[in-house]
Ligand binder design. Structure first.
Ligand code: MCA
Ligand code: AMP
Length: 538
C-alpha cells in the first residue's frame, strides 16, 4: 500500500500573474465559454489540486489566457483549428483545454496510454494543425508533429505574456472532438459545441446538486466524456475543488478517502470492483478505517458500463453508499440517472436528466409500451452535432432529429433498465467502448493470422473482456504474450485481446458470415472440454 499523500503546497506560482488580454477587448467580455467566465468569478478559491499542489480559479484563468495568446501566435482567432493535446491529468490539462477554447480552437484530447499509431490516427483524422504536449510526452508528440508537418508547442511554452485580444466566441462554435469507437472500425470524432458542453454540464449540476462546497477526486482518463464533463467540468462549473490523480490506483484512492474532505466520487464499475478487492484484501482494522472514511462523502456515482448488482451491494456494505448509477454516451452526454434523493434501483439507470428527451422504439420504428424492449433514442441540447467529417454517418445516426444510441432498454413506471446493445461488434471493457472490427482489422495485419473474430465475453472485473478466435496461417500458433506485445504497439492496451482461441475454421452461417454468438461460446468456461483447453488466458 502506498503511504499518505504528500503535503500540498499552497500557491504554485512564483510571481502573481498579470492579465495578458488587452484591456476592454476580451478579459471579462461576454463570450461563449461560460465555464471560464464562471471560473473568473471564483477568484482565489482552490480549483484544482494536482501533483504540483493547489491552483486557484484566478490563476487557472490567467494561465489559460497565456496559453491562448501563445496558441494564437499573432492570429486573431484560431477559427476552429483543431488542437490535439497529450497532457496528463492535472492543471496543464485544464490550462491547455481552456487556452484552446479562448483562442477559438477545437480541443482534441489525446490518450496518454495510446501507442503512436493510435495518436497518429486521431491527429490525422481530426486534421489537427497544432499539437501540444506536456514534457512527459514531448518525445512522441514532437516526432509526430515533425513527421506530419504540424506545429508543435510544449505546455511549458504556453506562457506568452504580451497583451493580446482574444476572439469573441459564439455558443454555436465547435469546441471539442472526442474519439469514440463505433460499428464501423476506426474511431469517429464526436463534435460538441460550447452550447452542447454547457447543456451537458448544467444537467448534472442540477441533478446531482453540485455546489462550491464540493470536493471531488478525479481518477478517470481525460480523453473521454466521463472524466472530462461529469467530473472535471462540473467541478469547475460549480466552483468546487477537483483533486486530480494521473492514474487510478486503489491504494491511493483509499488513502485519499481517509485524509481529504471529499464530498463526491465518480467512476466506472471496474474501478469500484478494484476498490472492493483492495478492501477485501486489507487487515480488519484497516478495513474499518476505510469504511469510516466513506461517511464524509455525500454522493458516489457509477456509470459508463452496466454496474453489476453484486458490486453495488458489496460497495453498499463496505462504504454505506448506494451507488447512483446513470447512463450516458459520448454522443449525448448523460441521458438517464437514478435520483440524488429518493430510491436508487439496483440494475436500473433511472429517469431522463433535465433537458434530455428519451424514447424507446421497436425495430419497426414504433414507440414501445412499458415493459417492452426498444432502442433508446435521445434528443436535446446536450446531444452532439456531428461526426467529424462524416456527414453520411451523422445522417444515419439520427432518426428525425433523435439520436439512435444502439442501446436497448425497457421502461417501467418511468424508470429505465439497459438490456444490452443492438450490435455484437461493440465491446465495453473497463468502461471503454471498443470496436471488435477495429481489433480484427489490426490482427489481420499480423503475418501469422489468416482469419480472426473478436468478441466481448462477460467478465466480473472488466464487464466484458476482449477475446479473439484465430485461424493461424500454416498453423503457426503465436503465444498469447507475444501476440499481446505485438498488438500493444498498434492499439491501446485495453483493446488488446486478453484471451485467444485457436480454431480450424471460424463458425459461419449458411451465407458464410461469421456468427459471433458461436465465437463467444468458444470462450465459455467449459472445464475439461478440448475447445476450452485450446484457449489461452494471460
Ligand atoms: C487494461 N487492461 C485490460 C483492460 N484495461 N485488460 C482487459 N480489459 C481491459 N479493459 C490490462 C492492460 O493491458 C495491462 O495488462 C493491465 O491491465 C494494466 O493496464 P492499465 O492500463 O494500467 O490498466 P488500469 O490502469 O488498471 O486500468 C483500469 C481502469 C481503466 C482504471 C479501470 O480501464 C479506466 O480508467 N477505465 C475508465 C474508462 C473510462 O473513463 N470510460 C468512460 C468512457 P499488462 O499488465 O499485461 O500490460 S465515456 C462513457 O462511457 C460514457 C460517456 C459514460 O456513460 O460515461
Ligand atoms: P461511450 O461511447 O464510451 O460513450 O460509451 C457509451 C456506452 O456505454 C453506451 O452506449 C452504453 O452502451 C454504455 N453505458 C454507459 N452507461 C451505462 C450504464 N449505466 N449501464 C449500461 N451501459 C452503459
Amino acid at each position: 500500500m502506498s503511504g499518505p499523500p504528500s503535503p500540498l503546497p499552497h500557491s504554485p506560482l512564483a510571481t502573481p500573474l498579470e492579465p495578458v488580454t488587452a484591456p476592454g477587448v476580451a478579459a471579462g467580455a461576454p463570450h461563449a465559454v461560460a465555464l471560464i467566465e464562471r471560473a473568473r468569478a471564483q477568484g482565489n478559491r482552490v480549483a484544482l489540486v494536482d501533483r504540483e499542489g493547489e491552483v486557484t480559479y484566478r490563476d487557472l484563468v490567467q494561465l489559460a489566457e497565456r496559453a491562448a495568446a501563445t496558441l494564437l501566435a499573432g492570429a486573431a482567432d484560431l477559427a476552429e483549428a483543431r488542437v490535439a493535446f497529450l497532457v496528463p491529468s492535472g492543471r496543464h490539462y485544464v490550462i491547455t483545454q481552456w487556452g484552446i477554447w479562448l483562442a477559438g480552437g477545437i480541443a482534441v484530447p489525446l490518450c496518454v496510454s495510446h501507442p503512436r499509431p493510435e495518436l497518429e490516427y486521431t491527429v490525422t483524422d481530426a486534421d489537427a494543425s497544432i499539437l501540444v504536449s506536456h514534457p512527459e510526452y514531448h518525445g512522441v508528440v514532437s516526432a509526430l508533429a515533425s513527421d506530419l508537418g504540424r506545429r508543435w508547442v510544449g505546455t511549458d511554452r504556453l506562457t506568452a505574456t504580451s497583451p493580446v485580444p482574444l476572439p469573441p466566441l459564439a455558443a454555436s462554435r465547435r469546441a471539442m472532438i472526442l474519439y469514440t469507437s463505433g460499428t464501423t472500425g476506426k474511431p469517429k470524432g464526436v463534435v460538441t459545441t460550447h452550447r452542447t458542453i454547457q447543456a451537458q454540464i448544467t444537467a448534472l449540476i442540477e441533478a446531482w446538486g453540485w455546489t462550491e462546497h464540493d470536493r471531488i477526486l478525479h481518477v478517470l482518463p481525460l480523453h473521454h466524456l466521463h472524466g472530462i464533463i461529469n467530473v472535471l467540468a462540473c467541478s469547475l462549473w460549480a466552483g468546487a475543488t477537483c483533486e486530480m490523480l494521473p492514474k487510478f490506483d486503489p491504494a491511493q484512492v483509499w488513502t485519499i478517502f481517509g485524509t481529504r474532505r471529499l464530498t463526491l466520487f465518480m467512476a466506472v464499475p471496474s474501478i469500484y470492483q478494484r476498490l472492493v478487492q483492495f478492501w477485501e484484501e486489507s487487515e480488519p482494522a484497516r478495513q474499518a478505517q476505510m469504511t469510516a472514511s466513506c461517511s464524509a462523502l455525500r454522493l458516489m456515482v457509477c456509470g459508463s458500463a452496466a454496474l453489476p448488482v453484486p458490486v453495488l451491494e458489496r460497495w453498499r456494505t463496505i462504504s454505506g453508499h448506494t451507488l447512483l448509477e446513470r447512463y450516458g454516451m459520448t454522443e449525448i452526454g448523460m441521458g438517464l440517472s437514478n435520483p440524488l434523493h429518493g430510491e436508487r434501483v439496483p440494475g436500473a439507470v433511472g429517469a431522463p436528466l433535465p433537458g434530455v428527451q428519451v424514447r424507446l422504439l421497436d425495430e419497426s420504428g414504433r414507440e414501445v409500451a412499458d415493459g417492452e424492449p426498444g432502442q433508446i433514442e435521445v434528443r436535446g441540447d446536450a446531444v452532439f452535432s456531428e461526426y467529424w467529417r462524416r456527414p453520411e454517418e451523422t445522417r444515419r445516426a439520427f432518426n428525425d432529429g433523435w439520436f439512435q444510441t444502439g442501446d436497448i432498454a425497457v421502461r417501467s413506471k418511468g424508470i429505465y433498465r439497459i438490456l444490452g446493445r443492438n450490435s455484437v461488434d461493440i465491446i465495453k471493457s473497463g468502461g471503454y467502448k471498443i470496436s471488435a472490427l477495429e481489433i480484427e482489422q489490426t490482427l489481420l495485419g499480423h503475418p501469422d493470422i489468416a482469419e480472426c473474430a473478436v468478441v466481448g465475453v462477460a467478465d466480473m472485473e472488466w464487464g466484458e473482456r476482449v477475446c479473439a478466435a484465430i485461424r493461424w496461417r500454416n498453423r503457426t500458433e503465436v503465444p498469447l504474450a507475444d501476440l499481446r506485445a505485438w498488438t500493444k504497439e498498434r492499439l491501446a492496451s485495453y483493446k488488446v485481446p486478453g484471451r485467444i482461441c485457436t480454431v480450424d475454421d471460424l463458425p459461419r452461417n449458411a451465407m458464410g458470415k461469421v456468427v459471433k454468438k458461436e465465437v463467444s461460446k468458444l470462450f465459455a468456461p467449459a472445464a475439461g472440454s478440448p475447445g476450452a483447453e485450446q484457449c489461452g488466458s494471460p
